[in-house]
Design a protein around this ligand. Structure first.
Ligand SMILES: NC(=O)c1ccc[n+]([C@@H]2O[C@H](COP(=O)([O-])OP(=O)(O)OC[C@H]3O[C@@H](n4cnc5c(N)ncnc54)[C@H](OP(=O)(O)O)[C@@H]3O)[C@@H](O)[C@H]2O)c1
Length: 283
């Protein structure tokens, strides 16, 4: 697809699935419950059709309330959440998954994508969570399943513990200063869609001289250049904001295009795992 043709409705087909995922998502980490409802409503009004939450964020019910309150039909919004930790066995882990689905979409509802939040709980926790997610997928409570913060070794492990391969998604920290190229390359080869968390580097780099020069060239803000870079790399960026004007601005990225030179300059900012502000994966 030519970069010019990107739009807020761009989406990617998911390998081995009948579903697609909108290419831009709205993140809600650190969005307090009440604020989260109004931020999600604002995001839906601004045209986002994809919201990324997690059990850890303690705002799944708020996302669910916003979905109910909004006039956008459920099937037009893509909802992702993440399981934080396993129970004692697959069944108790599955119960945790169902609790999230109910908070987000009611008793007969579904979640579009459920991820394992982190591999850090160890091999047994990873196995229980993956098998619980497979069960939820089989029962239609979850359309697709994937992972987050997974290195290559953790993705390879799935082949021996589960029936579903490949994971639909790997959600990792990604921005010009932390490009995780080995992991991204592996995902591409295996048809695993890469989601970019912290796409705005949490606004820590607005004065970076390379970034500023590209902003001036296109007469846009650092947030817009960063989201655009992520989209043009073929990632699924998940910019978060609780500020209405920023929610709009972070998705106002379809009237300009970064050229080869801009992309090369931004690609040149990579600091490997030293550039991570949350964590780089362990391959
Ligand atoms: N899987 C994981 O382990 C993991 C880890 C981290 C994040 N995530 C996901 O990825 C999403 C995005 O990551 P993130 O929230 O950590 O970081 P981010 O999206 O890079 O940055 C969010 C921060 O930047 C500020 N901001 C937003 N738009 C701005 C703008 N236009 N100008 C200046 N500042 C702006 C926000 O402030 P205001 O809200 O005050 O506007 C907030 O403090 C999360 O919300 C979450 O859904 C996942």
């Amino acid at each position: 697809m030519s970069a010019k043709k990107l739009s807020i409705n761009s989406n990617f087909p998911i390998a081995g699935s009948k579903y697609t995922i909108p290419q831009i998502g709205f993140g809600v980490f650190l969005s307090p419950p009440e604020k989260c409802v109004s931020s999600c409503l604002k995001a839906l009004e601004a045209g986002y059709r994809h919201i990324d939450t997690a059990q850890y964020y303690e705002n799944e019910s708020s996302v669910g309330s916003a979905l109910k309150e909004s006039k956008v039909p459920r099937e037009e919004v893509y909802i992702t959440t993440k399981i934080l930790s396993a129970g004692n066995d697959v069944d108790s882990t599955y119960t945790k998954v169902v609790e999230s689905v109910e908070k987000l979409a009611g008793t007969n509802g579904y979640v579009d994508l459920f991820l394992i939040h982190t591999p850090n709980g160890g091999p047994e926790a990873r196995r229980l969570m993956w098998q619980a997610l497979e069960k939820a997928k089989q029962e239609g409570k979850v359309h697709d399943i994937g992972v987050s913060n997974y290195g290559i070794q953790h993705m390879e492990e799935i082949k021996s513990i589960g029936k579903v391969w490949p994971p639909a998604i790997n959600q990792i920290e990604l921005h010009p200063w932390c490009q995780q190229r080995e992991c991204v390359e592996y995902c591409k080869k295996n048809n695993i869609i890469v989601e970019a968390y912290c796409p705005l580097v949490r606004n820590e780099k607005p004065n970076d001289t390379t970034l500023v020069s590209i902003c001036e060239k296109h007469n846009v803000g650092p947030n817009q250049v960063l989201v655009r870079w992520s989209l043009q790399k073929g990632f699924v960026p998940l910019p978060k904001s609780d500020t209405p004007s920023r929610i709009v601005s972070n998705a106002d990225v379809y009237s300009f295009e970064l050229d080869k030179d801009d992309m090369a300059k931004l690609d040149g900012l990579d600091q490997g795992k030293d550039g991570a502000i949350v964590e780089a994966v362990k391959n």
